[in-house]
Design a binder for this molecule. Sequence first.
Ligand code: 26W
Length: 818
Amino acid sequence: MAKMKKTEYKLKKEQIKSTISSKLRRYYGKTVETATPDQLYKACAITVRDEIMEEWAKSRELLENGHKKELYYLSFEFLMGRALGNNIMNIMQTDLYREALDELGIDLSAIEDVENDAGLGNGGLGRLAACFLDSLSTLELPAFGCGIRYEYGLFKQKIVDGYQIEMPDPWLEDGNVWEIERPEDSVEVHYNGSVEEYFEDGRMKFRHVGYNTVIAEPYDMPISGYDSKLVNTLRLWRARSPQIINMNEFNRGDYAMAVKDKELAEVVSQILYPEDNHYEGKMLRLKQQYFFVSATIQWILSKQKRRGHGLWELPKYVQIHINDTHPTIAIPEMMRILMDDEGFGWDEAWDIVQKIFAYTNHTIMTEALEKWPMSMVEGLLPRVSMIIKEIDRRQRENLYNRFGNDIGKIEYMAVISNGNVNMANLCLTACHSINGVAALHTDILKNETFRDYHILSPEKFKNVTNGVTPRRWLLKANPKLAGIITETIGDGWIKNAQNLEKLEKFAEDSAFRDKFAEIKQENKVKLAEYIKEHNGIIVDPSSLFDVQIKRLHEYKRQLMKAMHIVYRYKMITENPSQASMLPETFIFGAKAAPGYHTAKLIIKLINNIANVVNNDPRTKDILKVVFIENYSVSIAEKIVAAANLSEQISTASKEASGTGNMKLMLNGALTIGTLDGANVEIAERVGLDNIYIFGLTSQEVLNIYASGHSGSAEVYSQNMVVKSIVDSFIDGTFTPDNQNLFQEIYHSLVFGHGFADPYLLLRDFESYLDAGHRMAKDFQTPDVWNKKAIINVSKAGYFSSDRSILDYNNTIWGLEKI
Ligand code: 26W
């Protein structure tokens, strides 16, 4: 029986067909037969967009008159991926569109592949923001994503001779049908200049003068939810020059000078910084941060006024969430506007700020913590910097009252210290809520990273474990698996993922297991085709697909996976009678930050290992190593459905949560992993029989760091297996023409800079092998394996971003469903 829909998306198949053909005629003067794939994509996308627009307009109207609290989710990154297929799914018309297009002779998935990914993010944090928007709309909670409309998304990765090459990502080049320009909401953002004091109504006031102006112009994208009446908005700001060109220069004939200022203003929204988990104090980055938060705060306040609410009532109507510290200057910016433009006193303004701002921390890596040089902030944002100083002065007073004359502690907790603004401390001072993204991570924040702040205000600390949207990551990425799940337990899981629990008992049902296995196999065949086409490598779809997909970072330990591959290679070639002959395909997807030398060298090493292993007649029919180029949201969608094994092998304590672990689990991959981030909670839910846990615990890791000695050099000299693997990096096995190529990888593992092997690969390696053996044994008994895989799917419901959003809402935001 067809499901009753809440929404009024109502085009019938014939209408879809005629609408698409008529759009092709009217916009492009083409017919279905003569249109290019890009034109077909656009005609179809505009048809879908028109349907969503109707609901968007209604949603807007509802919010305008609804007097409800709204969430503003401020994020430097939104890693949205593609919209067409996702939107068709959300209006519940995938079958209808597929049939309609079929009848026009068009393949829906082929035209979906025409769309450029909106790759406006680096990795976990950016993709989390995108999953959260999906859940907010699906749960019908009113929210706005606010960020930057980067002209270029995260670089495109090419692999040339095994090396990563970065190419620009001009994702807007062919136009973007999903965005609507809103010039009427443009605002000015002011930089540099100075501050003047003056007296008014017997009070000292401040005025920012002599500034440079950049115009912030918003572009809105509709965020549909699954079978939801509410269409939320992602508002991305674009930088524009206040002048078209400089007419004086133009009239003098100096055309280059005439456009120079314009270009300078517009670079602000040109590029996304490609560093992930690594902070560098670049002026342009600070400009970008201030740019989008200033525009957003101005917009929030003007809306509040337009709706006739008093600004003192802001906490009743507004929550502002800060996605890591990147948007933190929103805090002093809000203070500035309330005081300088709206006449609030410090205490009243501070009271409002403390009630509306909440902060999520996403990493404890010290090199990722933002500390802006005060001199830079003073020059770029003279008035904002005064306010930060005052926040610091008052907070130091509080800290002194609480901790007495413990100068060290006060310096450590202060907003400004050693001439830097510590953005996390600013958040901890101003926000009413601070949360980590997995239980273990929150514990580390409380007990280590923010220990003293936790002592100061324990009530502010919360945990909200991350989640991923089951719509994009199961229903869309793996329609066949989604299909048998719905057949078996009904479709309730789509909006209430906890329903997946109902699958648990079908792990015992051999007919279900067979169907499950068959689908995994079909998905693997499809990925094998993709690999053949893109890498020219033939992989065996019945081999174990062992997947590590994530940013390339030393703490994520792709190098340890590489060591495991070398282990298997050496066993088969040197000791075949003892070696496991399990056919295995090792699949990597990872981008390295362009300036992260070691990460890029690890990519080269993996590719060199691939070359040897894939071509050695002794191993080529057993092992294959594949590095998939340009890992991105849409490529992740292709990989997760086909994975058997999910590598989550970070050094314990380092991975705040991980979300790839959740996507892979949801698709029936088993996890091999450390007790890090959300792996801990995954293990708790599936039970230790259904996951391969290994390695040092986070406490053990922290103890090793505290001892100042990794013990890895000892492992290297005593463990002959480990030694021979590490030596293979420098003995020419994988470096036909340059034996020194991987010298520094070797050096870091065996000597390090005062601390050998800082990510403890050698300490964990034995235990990793051991877990690998347990895993391989299970994989060879399909019944055992498939049972475990199904149990993993059945326990993945907790890791839905819907649950995360409900947690945020219940403990932090307090929004009402529309
Ligand atoms: C200033 C440079 C910089 C850039 C990005 C610092 C930090 C970041 C991000 C916070 C890094 C990030 O994406 N962290 C990831 O966030 C995910 C979502 O919460 C977690 O699942 C990952 O474990 C965490 O690494």
